[in-house]
Every structure is written in structure tokens, then in C-alpha cells.
Design a protein. Structure first.
Length: 163
């Protein structure tokens, strides 16, 4: 029993070390989150301002376009982009949309959810520089502006993704 008591802290330490090595090697890949470009959390404020700007634009546009139909409410949940760290070019961006309905079952009083999410990819051209993406999405009506390298807008992508 004493041997088990001595080995428990050692096995815990090894597990923590292994988890640290695994997460460190995952961070050493060629791609980073846009928030972490050019280094950890360097783009934090600018990215979250951009995400908030896109989410507001989505809500302004939603009701009159792709948000009609089976679900009564849609909400833009999160926007994320991956960046090739060495070149500073955007690999991919995705906007996640959620929607749902809640209904009360009259016989039981139970609230029954019906929900769905979509992951809508931004139609970006290959090798779009980070700064070019920021400029393209920072202006007025960011969802309708053509994205660099593709000529398509996030609005085009959302319309295809949500319908």
C-alpha cells in the first residue's frame, strides 16, 4: 500500500508532463489562430473587434435574407481564422451560426428544443495576407463586400450555407 501511495504523485506528474508535451507539440504546427498572429494573443483586441463587427452585421442582415424558414431565430456564435504563421497568410475562416426553437409540450409541460448549427466557410482566395483580410472585413457592410482573391462575399457563403 505504501508503494501505491508513493507512485500516485509520480504518475500524476508524468500525466501532467505528457499533457504539456502533447499540447506544446500541437502549438508548434505551421498554423495559428488569427488571435495568436504574429505571436500569442498579439491580435486579441483587433480580432475580437472584427468578430463583433461581423456578428452585428449578421444580425442587421439576417431577418431579411437567409434567416427565414424553419427556425425563428439565428445567431452568429463565433468567427475563427487560421493563419500560416511563417507567411502571414490566412488559410481558412469559418463563421458558426446557431438557430433554434423551443416549444412547450402542452400535455407534459416539458420544454422541447429543436436546434441546429452551421459552420459557414469564408470564400477566401489562397494566400490572403492577414492585413488584407482585416481591411476587407473592417469597413461598412462587411458581409456583402467581396473577399480578397475570390470575388465572393461572406453574404454569398452564408446564403449557400444556411439555405
Amino acid at each position: 500500500m505504501k508503494l501505491m501511495n508513493l507512485l500516485a504523485p509520480l504518475s500524476l506528474a508524468l500525466a501532467v508532463l505528457a499533457a504539456g508535451i502533447c499540447s506544446a507539440s500541437a502549438r508548434e504546427g505551421p498554423y495559428v489562430d488569427l488571435v495568436d498572429f504574429p505571436h500569442k494573443e498579439a491580435n486579441w483586441d483587433r480580432f475580437y473587434d472584427l468578430e463583433d463587427h461581423l456578428i452585428r452585421a449578421f444580425h442587421d442582415l439576417c431577418g431579411d435574407t437567409y434567416c427565414e424558414g424553419e427556425y425563428s431565430n439565428h445567431i452568429a456564435l463565433q468567427f475563427r481564422c487560421s493563419v500560416h504563421a511563417a507567411s502571414g497568410t490566412v488559410q481558412a475562416c469559418t463563421l458558426v451560426i446557431g438557430a433554434g426553437n423551443l416549444e412547450v409540450e402542452r400535455g407534459t409541460g416539458r420544454v422541447v428544443p429543436d436546434s441546429r448549427t452551421w459552420a459557414c466557410e469564408a470564400p477566401l482566395g489562397a494566400n490572403t495576407p492577414v492585413e488584407t483580410l482585416h481591411v476587407a472585413l473592417a469597413g461598412r457592410d462587411p458581409l456583402r463586400r467581396p473577399l480578397p482573391g475570390s470575388g465572393l462575399s461572406m453574404h454569398d457563403a452564408l446564403f449557400d450555407c444556411l439555405n
